[in-house]
Design a protein around this ligand. Sequence first.
Ligand code: G1P
Ligand code: ZN
Length: 544
Amino acid sequence: MPISTVNTSAFEGQKPGTSGLRKKVGVFKQPHYLENFIQSTFNALGDCEGKTLVVGGDGRYYNQTAIQIILKMAAANGFSHIWVGQNGILSTPAASCVIRKYQAFGGLILSASHNPAGIDGDFGIKFNTSNGGPAPESITNQIYQQTTEISQYRISNAADIALHKLGLQNLGDMTVEVIDSVVDYTELMASIFDFPAIKALLTSGDFSMRFDAMHAVTGPYAIEILEKRLGAPAGTVINGIPLPDFGGGHPDPNLTYAEQLVTELFSDDAPDFGAASDGDGDRNMILGKQFFVTPSDSLAILAANAQHIPAYKSGITGIARSMPTSQAADRVAEKLGIEAHETPTGWKFFGNLLDANRVTLCGEESFGTGSNHIREKDGLWAVLFWLNILAVKQQSVAELVNLHWQQFGRNYYTRHDYEGVPTEQAEALIQHLQTQLSTLPKKQFAERTVSYADNFSYHDPIDNSVSEKQGIRIGFEGGDRIIYRLSGTGTEGATLRVYIESYEDRPARLNQDTQTALSELIDLANQLAKIVELTGRTAPTVIT
Ligand code: G1P
Ligand code: ZN
């Protein structure tokens, strides 16, 4: 089959961010744009001859078109075998699972996670390595370097692959294997959790749940696992059919965007348990009857109860959390006598710790939790973990969380996002904080004293790499913290994220409203960064 070598020139800004390259669909659709990035990725990987790849995405607009291009480029670059999800569908955790199961050289995952989809929405692509996890910065930096130098790409002139047809097809000398999108992942979940116990809970008649797939990729996975395998009644999964524009919604499972689920779970006759996942299936939100579990608490509670899960019953080796995630999990690690790690934002920083078996569970405040079963965060896995614990303990979500707070104390926690801030203003604000850092330690603000102030720098204990400037941290004596960082996943202007945390262990103060409990610290965070003065914003766009 003839192969074309196409002349091209570099595009600016093809730098992978927190989670791959994310841009507006219109940017990706420019002639050569996607091709340049794919060729640069292959160039960064070196010799691709005979190598294997997994390819799949969250089904958003442009998914299948991009996959056809990628397959033809993979063939032209010498790859020998590609596993691709049927109709181009693989949730991010399923892609990680498949890479590991078939021992692929790596994978290309097409997703912009929870960012809106459709012709005017976002698109994204990232490369995962053979451990199933997002490529580390050493590789993403090389990919970026290649994007600045590229002058040619290679593509096969073969016909499109029939992506709906399971089984083997040829593309030149390369084999494309279209695989069922759900089977391998379902099998993995069944090997981790006590499916019979969860099934008994879901079919007992006195437990009800709702799962909101938000018209995104988790629908088919959730229907297969929750309804078909575990016996939950049909209709348990809502918005279960993935749509190319995610139904016009913003599939980010939080209190703002998962509105339909939140309204139901906070109604008078709410189900006992509610959960949602995001565009590509790696995030989760956990709700009880009129009860919201923060992702930071969720990580701590999963860790504290891991012994009830078949796959973790012999113990977990350690817990890692991203730097802005609350310190609740650290207290559990301390009690269990296991390692606790603080990493920069982004799942890629957990990979080395997981591979070295230094940690078993990982989590981020941004509704991401996962374990060593794959190398991505995993939305449905977290939901099944919760259901397994509830099945064993026969407690409500609220009881379980309250008992946890009584034992470990509560880390009140909130994140305030200011979206669409002009980039110069956002950078000036970070600069303004940066200049204060050296003068802040020992300073007193009402009854709080600053114990440290820095721009977080992470030293990876496994490969000794150093990642600098990962966010401004202001820590107070007693453990309260304010953190500021700019998002690395947005596609318009800058998003300033302010993370605020305060620890409380006095029994009478464990059940306050979060924003009220944190109000003083929130005011201080606004003052220190001069948010109103420097951005003109008087309120955050999203509070989680
Ligand atoms: C956000 C989250 C981060 C997560 C990433 C990818 O990145 O904050 O925890 O890993 O999305 O899902 P950010 O936009 O903050 O760079
Ligand atoms: Zn996601």
